[in-house]
Design a binder for this molecule. Sequence first.
Ligand SMILES: Nc1nc2c(c(=O)[nH]1)N[C@H]1C(S)=C(S)[C@@H](COP(=O)(O)OP(=O)(O)OC[C@H]3O[C@@H](n4cnc5c(=O)[nH]c(N)nc54)[C@H](O)[C@@H]3O)O[C@H]1N2
Ligand SMILES: Nc1nc2c(c(=O)[nH]1)N[C@H]1C(S)=C(S)[C@@H](COP(=O)(O)OP(=O)(O)OC[C@H]3O[C@@H](n4cnc5c(=O)[nH]c(N)nc54)[C@H](O)[C@@H]3O)O[C@H]1N2
Ligand code: SF4
Ligand SMILES: [Mo]
Length: 680
Amino acid sequence: MLEARSSLCPYCGIGCRVRAKRVNGASIILGLPGEGPHNGAICGKARDLSFISSRDRLLRPLERRESGFRELSWRDAIKRVAEGLREIARTRGPESLGFIVGAKLFNEEIYAIQKLARLLGTNNVDNCARLCHAPTVLAMRATTGAGALTCSFEDLIESDLIVLWGTNPVETYPVLVSHYLAKARARGAKLMVVDPIKTSTANSADLFIQVRPGTDVVLVNSMISLILREGLYDGDFVESRVEGLEDLEPMVSKYTPEVASRICGVPPELIVEATHLLADAEKGSLLWSMGVTQHFNGFACAASLATLAALLGWYGKRGTCVGGLRGQSNVQGACDMGAMPEFLPGYASVEDERERVKFARAWGTDDLPSEVGLRMQCMIMEADRGSLVALLVAGSNPAVSLANSARVRRALEKLELLVVQDLFLTETAQLADIVLPAASPLEKEGSATSGERRIQWSFRSAEPPGEARPDLWITTSLAEQLGLGHRFPYSSPEDVLAEINALVPAYAGATPERLKNSPAGVHWPCPSPDHRGTERLHEERFMTPSGKFRALLFDYVTPPEVPDEEFPLLLTTYRLAAVYNTDTMTGRTGRSVQRPSIIEVLVNPATAQALGLKNGEPAILRTRRGKLEVSVRTCYCVAEGLVSIPWHWEANLLTLDALDPYSGAPALKSCACALEPLRR
Ligand SMILES: Nc1nc2c(c(=O)[nH]1)N[C@H]1C(S)=C(S)[C@@H](COP(=O)(O)OP(=O)(O)OC[C@H]3O[C@@H](n4cnc5c(=O)[nH]c(N)nc54)[C@H](O)[C@@H]3O)O[C@H]1N2
Ligand SMILES: Nc1nc2c(c(=O)[nH]1)N[C@H]1C(S)=C(S)[C@@H](COP(=O)(O)OP(=O)(O)OC[C@H]3O[C@@H](n4cnc5c(=O)[nH]c(N)nc54)[C@H](O)[C@@H]3O)O[C@H]1N2
Ligand code: SF4
Ligand SMILES: [Mo]
């Protein structure tokens, strides 16, 4: 174990640093508080990183044979992948290839994979933000001009009011709570929480608003309508810095508190009280996460929230902070690096010829594909239809994380070539033709960008086991085998970052030397090596073409699936503090809660009674996609008619793969379901 300098925590987007320390020989890796941001704080998940020394680690490349997987050499594995990709691109066209990039890879690795995809002629490259904050990225770009959080977390400390909308940071972003919200609260900041469930975060709120899943747009419209009617907005700010509001006023005016209440389930007087609390705060923050984005109207809701904050004047000044709390450790970076079918690195549109020419020249080619590629869930749909036939997945587990997973697995099985790079033989890797053992984030170096746009360098804390290799090594080896080696002349992540510095203006000053010498990193935009970085965006002007905030509001549209006679309840999903995403990592540490043998479903006692169910009893949870055996947990924290399960394991057998038309994000947080006693 190398103990020299700290690594980034491999879990969430708060961007804490950990010092890894080996105890008890090889088995337990302790994460110790690091250095750098948040005073070196870390949370419980990061204290045990022993998944990296798990006996389940993939140690050698594997190839599927009829009799099962067999090991093969790296040379043969890379050769097989390269030959497969080349042959499929030649015979079926480059649009039959797809690339899914995980958000735990470093910027340099993600940059290299999207570059390879594009040099092979396809924009079919996406990252797991598509299941997460893609609606936020696109909505923040459309309204403010930058698809990122407006502030650094420091600004939260000076907020008078913090609104947490569809997020449960006590469980999901513990350091944000312990380090920033706690300080703000100690200064007297008020807390408002909007969630269909009275969560641990909601328990400490001054005002809790229990909204019906998927109807947040109605609640926002109603608040905005009241703000406009009563003149509660920040007049100077709106007049000088916001455009497009007039066109939207007639649409929202119909959402009186009474009308809104009937759709979103929030009592009219609570809507009025909440709106006044918002308007009273001069310095407010509005943060959201999966409760907002994982709906078929995720983009609409994120854009409406951004607009609500504009009416209140919560941009560009101390103590204000607006946007999505980014999920994975480097999901901000994955979007910045162009692992999105619509953007080249730095959010350069693939449809913009000037940008394409710029990147094509730098990458030594004539042109790059100009059509927006397939988004993550759409790649699966095309695989199911047979038009996408090869998929490379590096650091993601879509067989568990995508909506309607029975269909996802069927589609993955149809592929002619599925290549999976991971630490473990995940549910997705089990379906692969070739499995490549990847080094974990703690076993390699590179930069990552946290949810507050903070670019940091992560140092190596351990050696990879067996023949596991960093993703950058895998991609450059593949490029070489494909005859593209001269376009990937990298001998280290530093070489790739230098190319990023030259091509992505917001990253120009985040040089390897600078990042290595400053553990707290630097916030983008950082246009030159001597620039101090930008903690707060939009201070003078927004990053839109006109420099003004572009107001966007949306009418409520009935979701594609609502409760009916056969499926009379609404199902939503949530996260547990001790489990991370598809549990591939947390499930292999010493401290983890063991995966429960049966998943608990939260049900209101009245709903349970009406269904003839008792606390602790087994039941069957059914949707149009599938069914799960669950255990009933009655709780007044959920409203009647709503049930909720943790999503980490099999929840997506039930979820609906309807997509948000603006962002292509699947509706992972609401569908119709039925809950019945289990009759054996
Ligand atoms: N412990 C732990 N921490 C994590 C993760 C993890 O898996 N485990 N994952 C990381 C990742 S990738 C992400 S993206 C973040 C996600 O972090 P969060 O967004 O905080 O996580 P969730 O629990 O999925 O969803 C938040 C809340 O949305 C509510 N919700 C559901 N439907 C609606 C709705 O229609 N409207 C509103 N207003 N709320 C709704 C749920 O009840 C839930 O309380 O967490 C990160 N941190
Ligand atoms: N119903 C429902 N579904 C959801 C959600 C929900 O709230 N409800 N949340 C969604 C959200 S927010 C997200 S972000 C997605 C997450 O979806 P995924 O990204 O598919 O899930 P993870 O479990 O985070 O998968 C990351 C994988 O990368 C591997 N890994 C870790 N480090 C490295 C590395 O350095 N290199 C390589 N090659 N592999 C590595 C891990 O072992 C793991 O298998 O799931 C989504 N799915
Ligand atoms: S808050 Fe997030 S980044 Fe920080 S230690 Fe916990 S999981 Fe890691
Ligand atoms: Mo996420």
